[in-house]
Design a protein around this ligand. Structure first.
Ligand code: PEP
Ligand code: MN
Length: 358
């Protein structure tokens, strides 16, 4: 794959894999060679400038590793990618392209949050042709993520050279995953920038290798355009992110186990059944809307008679009775209490708002 078509070829999912960090020449080359041998990897990755939370942590070997990556590239024939966080990083990564080192760069989550840093990277990319992937910011803020893309576009980076990486978000109070995915937020980015490929990074989402397969499958189910997964020749000895890295062999088995379903199929029976079910769904949605409209109009009438009789809008006992009745009906219909509660709360809030209107 030529560097320029890395992002534009969306006929099959793109797989980017490699160590969290390039640590030594030996570790970089052995990991990259083992990954290339799987035949399942399209682009090699390695962090060489690592933005670490604590100043004492391993922060990458820097420019020296560009030479190791150039070797990995010529031994495997695969393009290589590094993370950049400053204009100086871009200059050394991109100018080293003449020696064949870096074909693609990415902006990390800690950098996407900083408009100054993104602006300086965007300006350093002016006049180059290197593709750039933008990871989501640490916090679930779609505007920051979109703003980073807009800065690149404004600096003349063409849409065909930009991609997005959903790596999850940090939340107060850690749940199952290190950085929880926010699939709807990533969908919003996709809607705003439909031409940009959306790649999932299950390694930084999960924070533990045991979650990578389930998260990657979720991405495949949601029709992501590719995956970025960390892989180390000896994960437990990795100097950064040891818990989440997979050996090249384990990465290959995760990739082989994924089911990327097609968006569409042309089997006539499938097409006919799908059209029939969709028609039924469209009909049901129309009925649901009609019923909601009717319910709200009745609610307004109740509001009017409550007003003229000087009765309070919110009557907790009546609402508790409605909830209890519907929850038991929902269970019989196979609808979960969480789902029903969300719908009821939305209906209740809207009803109260209408009754408050004069
Ligand atoms: C990385 O890809 O190694 C990395 C530092 O990721 P993130 O910016 O998603 O934390
Ligand atoms: Mn990492």
């Amino acid at each position: 794959m030529s560097p320029k078509s890395i992002l534009s070829d969306r006929s099959r999912p793109l797989v980017i894999a490699g160590p969290c960090s390039a640590e030594t020449r030996e570790q970089t080359l052995s990991t990259c060679l083992a990954l290339a041998e799987t035949g399942l990897v399209d682009v090699l990755r390695a962090g060489i400038w690592k933005p670490r939370t604590s100043p004492g942590s391993f922060s990458g070997v820097g420019e020296e590793a560009l030479g190791w990556l150039a070797e990995a590239r010529s031994l495997t024939g695969l393009p290589v990618a590094v993370e950049v966080a400053t204009a100086r990083h871009v200059e050394s990564a991109v100018s080293s392209r003449s020696r064949g080192a870096v074909d693609l760069i990415w902006i990390g989550a800690r950098t996407t949050v900083s408009p100054f840093a993104v602006q300086e990277i965007a300006e350093a990319l002016r006049g180059t042709d290197v593709p750039v992937l933008v990871k989501n910011p640490l916090n679930p803020d779609v505007e920051l993520w979109a703003g980073a893309v807009e800065r690149l576009l404004a600096a003349g980076v063409t849409p065909g050279r930009i991609g997005l990486i959903h790596r999850g978000f940090s939340y107060l109070g850690r749940g199952r995953y290190r950085n929880a995915p926010a699939w709807p937020l990533a969908f919003e980015m996709r809607d705003r920038f439909p031409v940009l490929p959306m790649i999932c990074d299950p390694s930084h989402m999960g924070g533990d290798r045991k979650y990578i397969s389930e998260l990657a499958q979720s991405a495949a189910d949601l029709r992501y355009d590719g995956l970025m997964i960390e892989s180390h020749i000896c994960p437990d000895r990795a100097l950064s992110d040891p818990a989440q890295q997979l050996s090249p062999a384990d990465l290959a088995s995760v990739l082989r186990g994924l089911n990327w379903r097609a968006e569409a199929a042309d089997d006539p029976e499938f097409v006919r059944s799908l059209a029939m079910f969709r028609e039924e769904i469209d009909q049901i949605d129309t009925e649901l809307l009609g019923l909601l409209g009717r319910r709200m109009r009745i609610s307004e009438q109740i509001g009017a008679i409550k007003r003229s009789n000087n009765v309070a809008i919110l009557q907790n006992s009546r609402w508790a009775e409605i909830r209890a009745r519907l929850l038991s009906q929902a269970a019989q219909l196979g609808l979960s209490p969480e789902f029903l509660s969300q719908i009821l709360n939305a209906i209740h809030l809207e009803s109260i708002a209408r009754q408050q209107r004069d």
